[in-house]
Design a protein around this ligand. Structure first.
Ligand SMILES: [Zn+2]
Length: 296
Protein backbone atom coordinates (compact mmCIF):
# COMPACT_ATOMS: atom_id res chain seq x y z
CA UNK A 1 0.00 0.00 0.00
CA UNK A 2 2.73 2.46 1.02
CA UNK A 3 4.67 1.52 -2.09
CA UNK A 4 1.66 2.21 -4.23
CA UNK A 5 1.12 5.62 -2.65
CA UNK A 6 4.78 6.53 -3.12
CA UNK A 7 4.60 5.40 -6.72
CA UNK A 8 1.50 7.48 -7.27
CA UNK A 9 3.09 10.57 -5.72
CA UNK A 10 6.24 10.07 -7.78
CA UNK A 11 4.20 9.96 -10.95
CA UNK A 12 2.35 13.08 -9.92
CA UNK A 13 5.21 15.21 -8.57
CA UNK A 14 8.44 13.58 -9.70
CA UNK A 15 10.65 16.60 -9.07
CA UNK A 16 9.32 17.21 -5.57
CA UNK A 17 9.59 13.61 -4.46
CA UNK A 18 13.05 13.08 -5.91
CA UNK A 19 14.47 16.28 -4.50
CA UNK A 20 16.53 15.30 -1.50
CA UNK A 21 17.64 17.68 1.21
CA UNK A 22 19.67 20.59 -0.15
CA UNK A 23 23.44 20.10 -0.03
CA UNK A 24 24.78 21.58 3.18
CA UNK A 25 27.80 23.79 2.48
CA UNK A 26 29.99 25.80 4.82
CA UNK A 27 32.33 28.43 3.40
CA UNK A 28 35.13 30.17 5.22
CA UNK A 29 34.24 33.58 3.76
CA UNK A 30 31.10 35.39 2.68
CA UNK A 31 32.35 35.76 -0.89
CA UNK A 32 32.53 32.01 -1.32
CA UNK A 33 29.06 31.75 0.22
CA UNK A 34 27.65 34.29 -2.24
CA UNK A 35 29.14 32.46 -5.23
CA UNK A 36 27.96 29.09 -3.89
CA UNK A 37 24.43 30.48 -3.52
CA UNK A 38 24.52 31.79 -7.07
CA UNK A 39 25.62 28.42 -8.47
CA UNK A 40 23.75 26.14 -6.08
CA UNK A 41 20.48 28.08 -5.97
CA UNK A 42 17.77 26.40 -3.97
CA UNK A 43 19.66 23.11 -3.98
CA UNK A 44 22.24 24.28 -1.44
CA UNK A 45 22.11 25.54 2.12
CA UNK A 46 25.14 27.77 2.66
CA UNK A 47 26.65 29.25 5.80
CA UNK A 48 29.75 31.40 5.95
CA UNK A 49 32.06 31.39 8.96
CA UNK A 50 33.72 34.80 8.51
CA UNK A 51 31.39 37.76 8.09
CA UNK A 52 32.06 40.29 5.38
CA UNK A 53 33.08 43.03 7.81
CA UNK A 54 35.66 40.79 9.51
CA UNK A 55 39.32 40.39 8.63
CA UNK A 56 39.35 36.78 7.38
CA UNK A 57 42.93 36.30 8.57
CA UNK A 58 41.72 36.47 12.15
CA UNK A 59 38.58 34.55 13.05
CA UNK A 60 37.85 32.86 16.33
CA UNK A 61 37.31 29.07 16.05
CA UNK A 62 34.06 29.02 18.03
CA UNK A 63 32.26 25.78 19.00
CA UNK A 64 29.14 27.02 17.15
CA UNK A 65 31.19 27.05 13.93
CA UNK A 66 32.37 23.50 14.65
CA UNK A 67 28.74 22.42 14.87
CA UNK A 68 28.08 23.99 11.46
CA UNK A 69 31.02 22.11 9.96
CA UNK A 70 29.86 18.94 11.69
CA UNK A 71 26.63 19.03 9.70
CA UNK A 72 28.17 20.07 6.37
CA UNK A 73 28.81 17.94 3.31
CA UNK A 74 31.24 20.40 1.75
CA UNK A 75 33.52 23.10 3.07
CA UNK A 76 34.98 25.65 0.65
CA UNK A 77 38.02 27.67 1.67
CA UNK A 78 40.09 30.44 0.08
CA UNK A 79 43.33 28.63 0.94
CA UNK A 80 46.88 29.99 0.62
CA UNK A 81 46.88 30.05 4.43
CA UNK A 82 44.27 32.84 4.64
CA UNK A 83 42.43 30.72 7.21
CA UNK A 84 45.53 29.11 8.71
CA UNK A 85 44.77 30.40 12.19
CA UNK A 86 41.33 28.82 12.47
CA UNK A 87 40.17 26.46 9.70
CA UNK A 88 42.01 23.32 10.81
CA UNK A 89 40.78 23.87 14.38
CA UNK A 90 37.18 24.00 13.13
CA UNK A 91 37.57 20.90 10.97
CA UNK A 92 39.24 18.92 13.75
CA UNK A 93 36.63 20.02 16.26
CA UNK A 94 33.79 19.16 13.88
CA UNK A 95 34.61 15.42 13.74
CA UNK A 96 32.84 14.95 10.44
CA UNK A 97 34.34 12.02 8.50
CA UNK A 98 32.16 12.60 5.44
CA UNK A 99 33.18 16.25 5.07
CA UNK A 100 34.68 17.15 1.69
CA UNK A 101 37.23 19.97 1.95
CA UNK A 102 37.87 22.07 -1.13
CA UNK A 103 40.60 24.68 -1.38
CA UNK A 104 39.54 27.06 -4.16
CA UNK A 105 43.00 28.55 -4.69
CA UNK A 106 44.05 25.53 -6.73
CA UNK A 107 42.53 26.97 -9.91
CA UNK A 108 43.91 30.49 -9.44
CA UNK A 109 47.01 32.19 -10.78
CA UNK A 110 48.48 33.31 -7.47
CA UNK A 111 50.21 36.68 -7.16
CA UNK A 112 53.31 37.23 -5.01
CA UNK A 113 54.01 33.54 -4.64
CA UNK A 114 57.41 33.34 -2.94
CA UNK A 115 60.09 31.58 -4.89
CA UNK A 116 62.29 30.61 -1.95
CA UNK A 117 61.45 28.29 0.93
CA UNK A 118 58.27 29.18 2.83
CA UNK A 119 58.97 30.81 6.18
CA UNK A 120 57.11 32.82 8.76
CA UNK A 121 60.33 34.27 10.13
CA UNK A 122 59.22 37.77 9.22
CA UNK A 123 55.71 37.35 10.57
CA UNK A 124 54.35 37.14 7.04
CA UNK A 125 50.70 36.05 6.88
CA UNK A 126 50.95 35.44 3.12
CA UNK A 127 53.63 32.72 3.08
CA UNK A 128 52.21 30.95 0.00
CA UNK A 129 51.46 34.09 -1.98
CA UNK A 130 48.66 36.65 -1.84
CA UNK A 131 45.38 34.98 -0.79
CA UNK A 132 43.02 37.92 -1.58
CA UNK A 133 42.29 36.66 -5.10
CA UNK A 134 38.48 36.90 -4.87
CA UNK A 135 38.84 40.66 -5.45
CA UNK A 136 39.19 40.13 -9.19
CA UNK A 137 35.89 39.13 -10.85
CA UNK A 138 37.75 36.99 -13.38
CA UNK A 139 38.84 34.83 -10.46
CA UNK A 140 35.22 34.79 -9.27
CA UNK A 141 34.34 32.94 -12.45
CA UNK A 142 37.09 30.37 -11.87
CA UNK A 143 35.82 29.93 -8.31
CA UNK A 144 32.24 29.48 -9.50
CA UNK A 145 33.32 26.83 -12.00
CA UNK A 146 35.14 24.91 -9.30
CA UNK A 147 32.17 25.19 -6.95
CA UNK A 148 29.87 23.89 -9.68
CA UNK A 149 32.19 20.92 -10.25
CA UNK A 150 32.12 20.03 -6.56
CA UNK A 151 28.34 20.37 -6.27
CA UNK A 152 27.88 18.16 -9.32
CA UNK A 153 30.19 15.54 -7.84
CA UNK A 154 28.04 15.44 -4.70
CA UNK A 155 24.74 15.48 -6.56
CA UNK A 156 25.23 14.38 -10.19
CA UNK A 157 21.49 14.27 -10.79
CA UNK A 158 21.32 18.04 -10.45
CA UNK A 159 24.20 18.79 -12.82
CA UNK A 160 22.03 20.48 -15.43
CA UNK A 161 20.59 22.83 -12.84
CA UNK A 162 24.02 23.81 -11.48
CA UNK A 163 25.39 24.26 -15.01
CA UNK A 164 22.53 26.55 -15.90
CA UNK A 165 23.10 28.69 -12.79
CA UNK A 166 26.83 28.78 -13.48
CA UNK A 167 26.24 29.97 -17.02
CA UNK A 168 23.95 32.72 -15.81
CA UNK A 169 26.47 33.80 -13.16
CA UNK A 170 29.26 33.97 -15.75
CA UNK A 171 27.18 35.87 -18.30
CA UNK A 172 25.98 38.46 -15.80
CA UNK A 173 29.36 38.95 -14.16
CA UNK A 174 31.18 39.32 -17.49
CA UNK A 175 28.68 41.92 -18.67
CA UNK A 176 29.03 43.88 -15.43
CA UNK A 177 32.80 43.57 -15.51
CA UNK A 178 32.92 45.37 -18.85
CA UNK A 179 30.90 48.22 -17.38
CA UNK A 180 33.16 48.44 -14.32
CA UNK A 181 36.22 48.56 -16.56
CA UNK A 182 34.63 51.35 -18.63
CA UNK A 183 33.85 53.39 -15.52
CA UNK A 184 37.47 53.01 -14.40
CA UNK A 185 39.09 54.17 -17.67
CA UNK A 186 39.67 57.69 -16.33
CA UNK A 187 41.26 56.29 -13.17
CA UNK A 188 43.44 53.66 -14.85
CA UNK A 189 47.16 54.17 -14.30
CA UNK A 190 46.76 56.42 -11.24
CA UNK A 191 49.29 55.41 -8.60
CA UNK A 192 47.97 54.54 -5.15
CA UNK A 193 49.23 53.36 -1.79
CA UNK A 194 47.50 50.68 0.28
CA UNK A 195 47.54 49.56 3.88
CA UNK A 196 47.51 45.74 3.68
CA UNK A 197 47.88 43.66 0.53
CA UNK A 198 44.11 43.10 0.25
CA UNK A 199 43.72 44.91 -3.05
CA UNK A 200 46.59 43.53 -5.12
CA UNK A 201 44.36 41.46 -7.43
CA UNK A 202 41.84 44.29 -7.70
CA UNK A 203 44.59 46.77 -8.54
CA UNK A 204 46.14 44.52 -11.17
CA UNK A 205 42.78 43.94 -12.79
CA UNK A 206 41.93 47.66 -12.87
CA UNK A 207 45.41 48.89 -13.75
CA UNK A 208 45.97 50.87 -10.54
CA UNK A 209 49.66 50.60 -9.66
CA UNK A 210 50.08 50.16 -5.90
CA UNK A 211 53.48 51.74 -5.35
CA UNK A 212 53.77 51.02 -1.64
CA UNK A 213 52.19 49.56 1.45
CA UNK A 214 51.83 51.10 4.88
CA UNK A 215 52.16 47.62 6.32
CA UNK A 216 55.77 46.71 5.64
CA UNK A 217 55.13 43.00 6.16
CA UNK A 218 51.59 41.62 5.93
CA UNK A 219 50.06 41.27 9.38
CA UNK A 220 52.76 43.24 11.23
CA UNK A 221 52.15 46.85 12.37
CA UNK A 222 54.55 49.10 10.45
CA UNK A 223 57.70 50.52 12.01
CA UNK A 224 57.97 54.33 12.42
CA UNK A 225 60.85 54.33 9.91
CA UNK A 226 58.75 52.59 7.29
CA UNK A 227 55.81 54.93 7.94
CA UNK A 228 58.07 57.98 7.49
CA UNK A 229 59.41 56.52 4.28
CA UNK A 230 55.98 55.80 2.79
CA UNK A 231 54.82 59.34 3.66
CA UNK A 232 57.87 60.76 1.84
CA UNK A 233 57.16 58.60 -1.19
CA UNK A 234 53.52 59.71 -1.22
CA UNK A 235 54.51 63.37 -1.11
CA UNK A 236 57.14 63.01 -3.83
CA UNK A 237 54.85 61.09 -6.20
CA UNK A 238 51.76 63.13 -5.34
CA UNK A 239 49.72 60.07 -4.40
CA UNK A 240 46.03 60.90 -4.15
CA UNK A 241 44.61 57.76 -2.56
CA UNK A 242 45.44 55.33 0.22
CA UNK A 243 43.31 52.17 0.03
CA UNK A 244 42.24 50.61 3.32
CA UNK A 245 39.89 47.72 4.05
CA UNK A 246 36.95 48.75 6.20
CA UNK A 247 37.87 46.36 9.03
CA UNK A 248 41.32 47.93 9.44
CA UNK A 249 41.75 50.20 12.43
CA UNK A 250 41.78 53.65 10.79
CA UNK A 251 44.16 55.58 13.04
CA UNK A 252 47.49 54.68 11.35
CA UNK A 253 46.21 54.81 7.77
CA UNK A 254 44.40 58.10 8.42
CA UNK A 255 47.51 59.76 9.80
CA UNK A 256 49.64 58.43 6.92
CA UNK A 257 47.08 59.70 4.40
CA UNK A 258 46.94 63.14 6.07
CA UNK A 259 50.70 63.54 6.23
CA UNK A 260 51.20 62.14 2.74
CA UNK A 261 48.58 64.47 1.26
CA UNK A 262 46.23 61.69 0.13
CA UNK A 263 42.65 60.73 0.72
CA UNK A 264 41.99 57.61 2.79
CA UNK A 265 39.70 55.46 0.65
CA UNK A 266 37.92 52.92 2.83
CA UNK A 267 36.77 49.93 0.82
CA UNK A 268 34.80 46.81 1.64
CA UNK A 269 36.77 43.62 1.03
CA UNK A 270 33.97 41.05 1.03
CA UNK A 271 30.29 40.44 0.41
CA UNK A 272 28.36 41.73 3.43
CA UNK A 273 31.20 44.13 4.23
CA UNK A 274 28.78 47.01 3.90
CA UNK A 275 25.04 47.39 3.90
CA UNK A 276 23.66 46.55 0.48
CA UNK A 277 26.48 44.25 -0.64
CA UNK A 278 24.56 41.03 -0.93
CA UNK A 279 26.00 39.42 -4.02
CA UNK A 280 29.50 38.99 -5.39
CA UNK A 281 28.71 41.52 -8.12
CA UNK A 282 27.46 44.08 -5.57
CA UNK A 283 30.91 44.01 -3.98
CA UNK A 284 32.58 45.33 -7.12
CA UNK A 285 29.74 47.77 -7.78
CA UNK A 286 30.46 49.43 -4.42
CA UNK A 287 34.26 49.28 -4.72
CA UNK A 288 34.27 50.78 -8.23
CA UNK A 289 31.87 53.52 -7.10
CA UNK A 290 34.18 54.49 -4.25
CA UNK A 291 37.31 54.45 -6.43
CA UNK A 292 35.71 56.61 -9.12
CA UNK A 293 34.51 59.02 -6.43
CA UNK A 294 37.96 59.17 -4.80
CA UNK A 295 39.66 60.36 -8.00
CA UNK A 296 37.00 62.90 -9.05
ZN1 LIG B 1 46.16 39.34 3.75
Amino acid sequence: MVKRIVGFLLALFPSICLAAEPISVVTTTSDLAAITKAVGGERVKVESIAKGFQDPHYVEAKPSYMRLVNRARLIFSVGLQLEVGWLSLLVQGARNPSLIQVDLSQDITVLERPTGPISRAQGDIHPEGNPHYWLDPRNGILMARRIARELKAVSPGESAYFDQNLKQFETELSARRQKWEERMTAVRGREVVAYHKNYEYLAQWLGLPIIGYVEDKPGIPPSPQHVAEIIRTMQQRKIKALLVANFTSPSIPQSVADKGGAKMVVLPASVGGEKGIESYGDLFEVIIGKLVEAFK
